[in-house]
Every structure is written in structure tokens, then in C-alpha cells.
Design a protein around this ligand. Sequence first.
Ligand SMILES: Cc1cc2nc3c(=O)[nH]c(=O)nc-3n(C[C@H](O)[C@H](O)[C@H](O)COP(=O)(O)O)c2cc1C
Length: 209
Amino acid sequence: MPDIFEVMSTMRAMRRLKPDPVPDDLINKILQAGQWAPNGGNTQRWRFLVVKDPNIKKQVQVYYKRLFDEQVGPRYRNSPPPPGSDPARQQRQLAANEYLTDHYHEAPVWIVACLESGENPGHGVGSSIYPAVQNMCLAIRALGLGTTLTTRHMGYGKEVDAIFGLPPGVHSYAILPIGYPMGKFGPVGRGPLNDIVYSDKWGQPYRGL
Ligand SMILES: Cc1cc2nc3c(=O)[nH]c(=O)nc-3n(C[C@H](O)[C@H](O)[C@H](O)COP(=O)(O)O)c2cc1C
């Protein structure tokens, strides 16, 4: 099992996945890692859907693709490369993003992270579900499987939640398409740490690095 710092530093978004099935005992480990996450008041208002039904995945992929065409593609094409990236890398990221968009439903298993959050959830609501999502991403990477944290479907949240049969007040906050990766794990691309850490007050350089 790789060291946790190695897991974190090489947990790239793995958007190209093989269709080969993922054993249930690995899925169980991932789910357990999710449930170990902190959550506000330990109220545990989360539910995790393990989705394998090709028909359900395909219905959701239609909305995922629509959002790529309507928003994500144009945004990528009109944005400068993010910190630590360059135009060529950004282009590869767009191609991978488009690949996942087209093959989203072909990932053998999805975990959908849901939260009972009421009809008008406030800004802070994600803080009780994303720690679980991140735990699951880390577990997936540690097990040699690939995933990408995806939230794009929330652009058609009502429609997608209906496909999953979620009751009123429960919403889906992330979909993790999981499978064996086609590519290799590698270092994540981020800007210099120095650029984003301040000392005591905003803008004051932190000398500890
Ligand atoms: C809140 C959140 C939502 C995301 N949604 C999507 C998504 O819908 N589709 C996708 O392909 N990647 C999605 N990502 C993955 C990011 O694009 C990815 O982490 C980022 O480009 C950095 O790439 P890297 O993790 O491979 O270094 C999301 C990440 C986060 C944290």
C-alpha cells in the first residue's frame, strides 16, 4: 500500500478508465473510507449509491455531455492555463475531459455521494459530504483504481437526482466514476506553494517553506 503522501501527490484525475469490472470487496473498502470521514455534528446525513446499471448511467451521461457542450467546453477554450500548467497541458486536460464526458457511463461502477440537505441548502452544506468524497478518492487511488471527482451533473441537479430516485431534500453532490486506469498515476500539476501561503495576514510572505 503506498504511503499517504505518495497517494495524495499522485492522485491525478484519471479520466480514461477500462470497462473491466471492479471487485465488490474493493468497492466496500472505498465505501468504508467514505463513512470514516468527518461530518458536521456526526449527523451522518449521507447516503452513497453504488451505480452499475448501464441504463441509469447512460441517462445521467446525457446531461453530463449536455453541460460539456453548453458550458465546460467553451469555458476551457476561453480560459488561460491554470497555475502550474501551460497551453499544451491544458489542451491535454481538455481532451481527457472530453473523453470522460463521452465515456462517463462506461466506467464499470459509480459511487454517487448524496446528502440529506433540505430544499434550500446553504453555502456550507458541502462541508459535510466532500470530506467523505475525498476519503473515497484517496482510497480509490491507494487501491490502484482510478477516478475523477465530478460534480458537473449538478448543473442539471433536479433531473439527475430524479434519475437516481432521490427523495425530496436529498441531493447528489458528487459522482465518482471508478475503474482500472488506462494511464499511469503521476504527479498532480499545481503552482508553487509559495504563491498561495501567507503569514499571519493576507499578502505577507510566509518564510517557513
Ligand atoms: C469540486 C470539483 C468538481 C469537479 N468536477 C469535475 C467534473 O465534473 N468533471 C471532470 O472531468 N473533472 C472534475 N473535477 C476534477 C478537476 O478538474 C481536477 O481535479 C483538476 O483539473 C486538477 O486535475 P488533477 O487533479 O489531475 O491535477 C472536479 C474537481 C473538483 C474538486
